[in-house]
Write a protein that binds this ligand. Structure first.
Ligand code: AVJ
Length: 331
């Protein structure tokens, strides 16, 4: 009910997938005993990691957040106008939801009311951002879903009778390889009615120097963000990585169209991880793969949409053509 107290306009739906601790331990055990060592990037985002990511978004080198904000600021109004009746705004991986305010304000200006359904695995991030939004916008209802994307989409579809816009912003699509991205967008597509839309933020291919600086900034914030995985292993699993056994490395792979982030062993060393009963040997220069960030050309965006049975309704760029925002309809 618009205008009711913030508490009355808030609902949190949690799914049982909150077995994070055990998950982390087994992922580390698996990832560090493979021939090519790796750690899944989803574990970067504990509370310290989420704070560091917020700091990344404000870095001069990390243009993505500002470019997306610029496009949203210019286009949120025309996006909202395309919805004839009060709509639901779903958001995948909402995080702190700062950029979403532009969309929320545009929908509220258009219809006076909006239900916002953020889907995120971090219950605490959801609760914090919901509190701020509910106090600020009396016409807003928040139904937060604390779950993995898949389950969240299922709930969003089941719980939303009217038209909806599903936002997947921040170039979060870049953490998937191209096939996984298409497969995931097909799942999103399956949650859409004909009048529903998807709003996708995608970072574009660009010269190496710009990309590598964006993922290896002068202040070393991104290096701290990546290292946070080792900090977590030390703290939560009795690891002995310590502060400077590994170096952060971000490389643009033009052929693959992706930034690859690794932690590289500074010397030959054996690292103990007590809680796993594990001793891991590293050669000097041996890398742990942490994260990929895929970039798209306009043609690759077309291919992605086609593979997901989506049709681009509108595409916008920032003034420097670094980043693209795409509004898609089910094809
Ligand atoms: C959150 C996946 C969009 O790939 O740009 C930023 C993560 N990693 N700096 C990105 C990230 C290092 C980010 N995404």
């Amino acid at each position: 009910m618009p205008g009711a107290t913030p508490r009355a306009r808030y609902l949190m739906i949690e799914t049982p997938a909150e077995r994070d601790a055990a998950d982390f331990a087994s992922a580390v055990a698996v990832g560090l005993t493979q021939a090519e060592k790796s750690l899944p990037c989803r574990f970067l985002y504990d509370s310290r990691g989420s704070r560091l990511f917020e700091a990344i978004c404000a870095l001069p080198e990390y243009y993505l957040t500002r470019a997306e904000h610029e496009i949203l600021a210019a286009r949120a109004g025309e996006i909202a106008v395309r919805f004839a009746q009060p709509a639901t705004l779903g958001e995948l991986g909402s995080g702190s939801a700062r950029k979403t305010r532009l969309l929320i304000e545009a929908f509220l200006a258009r219809h006076g009311a909006l239900r916002y359904v953020p889907i995120d695995i971090s219950r605490s991030a959801l609760a914090t951002s919901a509190r701020g939004l509910l106090e600020r916008y009396p016409g807003l209802e928040v139904h937060a879903i604390a779950s993995e994307y898949q389950e969240g989409l299922r709930l969003l579809k089941a719980l939303t009778p009217g038209p909806k816009l599903v936002a997947w912003l921040g170039s979060n699509v870049g953490n998937f390889d191209r096939r996984e991205a298409a497969a995931f967008l097909r799942r999103v597509r399956a949650a859409l009615a004909p009048a529903d839309r998807v709003l996708l933020g995608v970072d574009l291919r660009k010269p190496r120097a710009i990309l590598e600086a964006a993922y290896d900034d002068a202040q070393g914030v991104t290096a701290r963000f990546t290292h946070n995985l080792l900090v977590r292993i030390d703290r939560e699993l009795g690891g002995r990585f310590g502060a400077d056994s590994f170096a952060h490395r971000a490389r643009w792979r033009e052929d693959e169209g992706r930034i690859e982030i690794h932690l590289v062993s500074r010397r030959a060393q054996r690292i103990t991880i007590a809680a796993l009963g594990l001793e891991v040997d590293f050669a000097r220069g041996e890398a742990i793969h942490i994260e990929d960030s895929f970039k798209y050309s306009p043609a690759e965006i077309d291919e992605l949409l086609a593979a997901a049975s989506l049709r681009g309704d509108a595409r916008w760029l920032d003034a420097q053509s670094r980043y693209s925002l795409v509004l898609c309809a089910p094809a």
